[in-house]
Design a binder for this molecule. Structure first.
Ligand code: FAD
Length: 592
């Protein structure tokens, strides 16, 4: 029977007075910007163009090129030292379908209608019960489905080379279940941001990579005459009246200097999302507190919600918020590497990368989670370490799949996939987030995994990796900014002793790990950062089919556009949605 809520003076706790709480929820300072204020337009502009695009990523460069080739003068503002955004760090797997020439060449049947119905299919659910596509905005998906083929042809026409093989289902997600749609941008000889070097010659036409997408687009943009202003951060939008009429320009900062740029036709927000902004992301999930500091794509570029906040300050609405909270895809992941801050699975920063000084370590890839136990701040296990994160529905992941059939959900076998939720459950101290998660292992695990537990593989200086000759000393050493409470040495010793007894008995009585295999007994012992990583934004500004930003009354904000991870209404990981919406926004901004 559910426990009845008791409400008496004696049982009532004042906010922040929860027993044992060392830091009350939300009191750690966020380094991210506060809500932008509506800015009064300047009397004099520093620059004037037809279109200002904010962000040089997967939305920004296509939008800029399209607008420029349609005759507009275009400035792209990019806060980082280089173009690319998360797109250039990506795997370059681009799910464009609907009947592309690549699909036709390989006899794959697809159409805009099939794609549209896939991405709005109410009946598709994950093994944990969460629906992927049910809450997508039909108008936005229709525009996407109708523009896939043209976007694919446009990419090919602007220098992007795809690996010459049949589209498949590898590397992206939430692309629909009816047909293989995944295309792969060939790495060619563009240097990869992860290494600073081009791919091996033998792999240049067979390996997919984000640089194979973004460097050709950068070249096309420059050739077309797009002006790209690096290290320029948009800090505010200008609207004619605080919440009325057109958006007419932007304010940008550049190394302490300020520019006011007038946009005669349009401002396109292509800022890549909000997951790096603690306060913003907690609107969707209050658990996502400061310790989730390992965003996929960082430190190449952040997602600080600056586009969303600036648009909200001139009246924009958010949209499709379930798509951010729903537990599917790779919005939140188990770390693929441990012992470093940025542990997102498919992105390993190597010395030689232009941002290695910020990444600081490459991380240790975990091939077998039997080799470690994962513990919380108190040194206690919380779940089967081999447990998985959320999954995604793509071609062939529901078999058989029939669009719109109740059997799609009925045929799914329930699986909790709850390692992430258990990791984020916390230690009961009143803090919303789960705190750091540590992978604990011994010297034998190092041998089995073939790890070298030293810099540049692990980040000792910033407190993401510790070692000691005893478990008690290891627990005492774990001091870093997100470890809110000391790890009691006894706890860690008892946790490991109990786990080792499970190896003897062949049964994990606490969390049902399938046959625990290896004791943790051979010094030295290690603790490596293994906290969940955040990846995508799938909710953002409300847009219509033309990618025009809408206000809280459902009215278009004239002159303001958005696409990709800063836009809402579309649950899909990544590049296809972003490129296609950049393509749509660039056209509409100039030609409408
Ligand atoms: C490691 C990794 C692998 C991925 N692999 C794939 C994949 O294989 N397939 C797939 O489909 N998707 C993949 N993705 C996702 C995909 O890269 C993104 O969804 C996509 O790049 C989003 O496009 P965007 O234009 O919205 O944002 P981005 O490409 O991130 O571009 C946003 C740009 O805006 C800039 N910016 C932000 N704020 C400001 C400001 N205020 N002023 C000026 N500039 C600003 C940023 O610095 C950035 O350059 C991957 C992502 C990562 C991180």
């Amino acid at each position: 029977m559910a426990e009845k809520a008791k409400f008496s003076r004696r049982g009532f706790f004042l906010n922040g007075a929860v027993a044992g709480a060392s830091v009350a929820a939300g009191t750690l300072a966020s380094p991210r910007p506060a809500l932008a204020q509506a800015a009064r337009p300047p009397t004099q502009w520093s620059r004037e163009v037809d279109v200002v695009v904010i962000g040089a990523g997967a939305v920004g460069l296509p939008a800029a090129i399209v607008a420029r080739e349609a005759g507009a003068s275009v400035i792209v503002l990019e806060v980082e030292k280089d173009i690319g955004g998360h797109a250039i760090t990506s795997g370059g797997n681009i799910p464009l379908g609907g009947g592309t020439s690549a699909q036709n060449k390989h006899g794959i049947k697809d159409s805009p209608d099939l794609l549209f119905r896939d991405l709005t299919d109410w009946s598709v659910v994950q093994p944990n019960g969460f629906p992927d596509y049910r809450y997508n905005d039909r108008e936005i998906i229709r525009a996407f489905a109708d523009n896939n083929v043209a976007t694919y042809d446009w990419l090919v026409g602007h220098g992007v080379i795809f690996i010459d093989k049949a589209p498949d289902a590898l590397g992206g997600n939430s692309v629909g279940n009816s047909a293989p749609r995944e295309m792969h941008a060939a790495a060619m000889d563009w240097p990869k941001v992860q290494t600073g070097k081009p791919a091996d010659p033998a792999a240049r036409t067979t390996t997919s990579s984000g640089n194979g997408l973004m460097r050709p687009l950068e070249a096309a943009a420059r050739e077309a005459g797009v002006q790209i202003l690096l290290e320029h951060k948009m800090v505010a939008l200008y609207r004619e009246a605080p919440n009325a009429n057109r958006v007419i320009g932007v304010a940008a900062g550049n190394n302490g200097a300020r520019l006011d740029i007038r946009a005669r036709k349009a401002v396109i927000i292509a800022t890549g999302g909000s997951t790096g902004n603690v306060n913003f992301r907690r609107m969707f999930d209050p658990r996502l507190t400061e310790e989730y500091c390992g965003l996929g794509g960082m430190p190449w570029s952040d997602q600080d919600a600056s586009g969303e906040l600036a648009a909200m300050a001139v009246g924009a609405s958010l949209w499709g918020l379930y798509n951010q909270t729903g537990e599917f895809g790779i919005k939140l992941t188990k770390p693929g590497t441990i012992g470093n801050q940025y542990g997102y699975g498919s992105l390993r920063w190597l010395p030689g990368s232009p941002v290695f000084d910020r990444a600081r370590a490459t991380g240790l890839s975990v091939y077998n989670w039997q080799d470690v136990i994962t513990v919380n701040m108190l040194g206690k296990r919380f779940y089967d370490e081999t447990g998985q994160g959320f999954t995604a529905n793509d071609y062939n992941s529901i078999k058989p799949y029939t669009q719109g059939s109740y059997l799609n959900a009925a045929n799914i076998t329930y699986k909790a996939n709850n390692w992430i939720n258990a990791a984020m459950a916390g230690i009961g101290d009143g803090h919303n987030g789960g705190g750091p998660i540590w992978a604990i292992f011994d010297a034998d695990a190092v041998t089995r995994e073939n790890w070298v537990p030293a810099p540049p593989n692990v980040d000792i200086d910033s407190g993401f990796f510790f070692s000691a000759n005893t478990l008690a000393d290891l627990a005492r050493k774990i001091v870093m900014k997100y470890q809110r409470v000391p790890m009691p040495p006894d706890n860690l010793e008892q946790t490991v002793a109990r786990y080792n007894s499970f190896v003897d008995s062949g049964r994990d009585d606490d969390f049902g790990k399938p046959k625990p295999l290896h004791k943790i007994a051979a010094p030295p012992f290690y603790a490596a950062w293994a906290t969940p990583t955040i990846h995508d934004a799938r909710a953002g500004l409300r847009i219509n089919a033309n990618c025009q930003v809408m206000d809280m009354n459902g009215q278009v904000i004239p002159g303001l556009y958005c696409g990709g991870e800063s836009a809402g209404g579309f649950s899909q990981h990544g590049l296809a949605r972003a490129i296609c919406q950049g393509y749509i926004a660039g056209h509409h901004a100039v030609l409408a």
